[in-house]
Design a protein around this ligand. Structure first.
Ligand SMILES: [Zn+2]
Length: 488
């Protein structure tokens, strides 16, 4: 088969019939080359008067290739015809085509080493047959991305343990970015301090259970690869013991701290909130030792178990007796135990400062443990007010004179917000509340608290303290705690 050259000329020479120009062959070739650069499509030019044999026909065009750094990219082209000659070219930044000289550059299959600096290179193949015009393949692009040589692994840990996700990648000038998808959420870029390294580290919290983690690795060419996503499964212990850590702030102000608090973990509907429940009193020998009333050792501003003006108070006082002789500590514990079960049911974790008749933790120790291990501190008490009737519950608010003392200055608003929420919960459940439900009192507890902290008096020596009355008190407190944390 032969083709006349005019057929091809027409494809790129927009000359009207009126202007019959005969361009010299060299000029035509230059024009063709310019068209190739401008349009990216090869257009063969023919010398005038030539008669052609059939040009090669490309049956399979090469395709863009993305290759991992270090691997070899292969661009195959297939053409029909006999005695075909191949020559691959690479396009330079200025648009010109440079003839390649590698071994494969004169075959139907160009091989290029996957180096980051080659990423973005564009190639095409010129296919020629003796006596025929050459054809050019489509232009194709090489993308070189980093490769992940070791994927991160899924983890199963106990809540609170440190999780470490690691990815190993190879490539040039690698940058890392970890992403996290919490259960039921969407992928988010992690802002943890280790999120831009090959090793993501975090202390696991309840919300991380079921979360997925993956890392995007980008090389100097700006190309990236994303690791597989791996899950984190957190198992939850039933309970752990908590001792006073002598390194904690104010821990050295405690006189009695050989005892152990118990942190109970909700097993379902976990909120990741720890409620510190302090069953008031119940420390043997607590009233034979004294501790400072305030961290700055200033004198008390209100009366109470300890008179105003004193600088030291009983480490733990013995508490009052109900009219029937039942000790206060026994009832505060009963209410606390009911409340613990209700809180766990609602997904709260519960830090119990006292779980039996005696715990060797004084008020300072109980407070410091809550400061470090709980999101709030609620001390349950019944008042010794000498009344002959049950006047109702109230919480002990911070006296104005203490609101500038550290750490009260930074925390008293939180204490009062918690107190008001508890009183609201009590009222909502029909629990009897005294007057406005609060009374200013200078307490060791609130003087040392750095988390929302309240002493709530659930009644007085005349209050009913049957099992059902204690359950009712616990239910009322639960309602208040939910108001505080849920806003309803
Ligand atoms: Zn009390």
């Amino acid at each position: 088969m032969t083709y006349g050259r005019h057929h091809n000329n027409k494809t790129f020479l927009p000359l009207s019939g009126a202007v019959k120009l005969r361009l010299p062959a060299a000029l035509l070739a230059l024009f063709a080359a310019l068209m190739i650069l401008a349009m990216g499509t090869p257009a063969p030019a023919y010398a005038e008067g030539e008669t052609e044999t059939a040009a090669p026909v490309i049956t399979t065009q090469p395709k863009n290739v993305t290759v991992a750094e270090g691997k070899t990219a292969v661009f195959p082209v297939k053409a029909q015809g006999e005695g075909l000659k191949y020559q691959w070219y690479r396009q330079l930044k200025d648009g010109r085509w440079m003839r390649l000289k590698s071994e494969s550059s004169q075959t139907a299959k160009l091989s290029v080493k996957g180096l980051a600096e080659y990423s973005g290179h564009v190639y095409r193949c010129k296919i020629k047959k003796a006596g025929a015009s050459a054809v050019y393949s489509n232009t194709v692009k090489l993308t070189v991305r980093p490769s992940i040589t070791k994927q991160p692994e899924s983890l199963e840990l106990t809540e609170g343990q440190k999780a470490v996700f690691k990815v190993t990648a190879s490539g040039t000038g690698l940058k890392y970015q970890w992403y996290i998808k919490l259960e039921g959420g969407s992928w988010k870029r992690s802002t943890l301090s280790s999120a831009k390294t090959a090793k993501l580290q975090l202390t696991t919290k309840a919300k991380h259970n079921g979360a997925q983690f993956r890392c995007k690795v980008t090389n100097s060419a700006g190309n990236s690869v994303t690791s597989k996503a791996v899950p984190l499964k957190l198992t939850v212990p039933k309970q752990t013991n908590v001792k006073l850590n002598t390194g904690w702030q104010y821990a050295n102000e405690s006189a009695i701290h050989s005892g152990t608090a118990v942190l109970y973990y909700a097993q379902t509907n976990r909120r990741g909130i720890v409620v510190g429940i302090n069953a008031g009193h119940g420390t043997k020998g607590g009233s034979s030792v004294k501790t400072w009333c305030h961290p700055d050792h200033s004198p008390k501003v209100t009366g109470g178990t300890t008179a105003a003006g004193e600088t030291k108070a009983y480490a733990v006082s013995s508490g009052m007796d109900f009219r029937d002789g039942t000790p206060e500590a026994k009832i505060t514990l009963k209410v606390a135990l009911y409340l613990k079960d209700m809180l766990l049911e609602e997904g709260f974790d519960v830090l119990m400062l006292r779980t039996g008749d005696d715990v060797q933790l004084d008020n300072v120790a109980r407070t410091v443990i809550c400061n470090n291990k709980a999101d709030c501190h609620i001390a349950i008490h019944y008042d010794d007010d000498g009344y002959s009737y049950d006047k109702g519950a109230y919480f002990m608010s911070v006296p104005n004179a203490l609101k500038s003392m550290k750490p009260v200055s930074a925390n008293w608003k939180k204490h009062e917000a918690l107190g008001h929420a508890l009183i609201k919960g009590l009222k909502n459940t029909g629990y009897k509340v005294w007057d406005e439900g609060e009374l200013d009192m200078d307490l060791t507890q609130t003087s040392y608290s750095t988390v929302p902290s309240v002493d709530i008096e659930m009644g007085n020596q005349c209050s009913s303290h049957t099992d059902s009355a204690c359950k009712k008190a616990a239910k009322a407190l639960l309602a208040g705690i939910k108001i505080y944390f849920d806003g309803k």
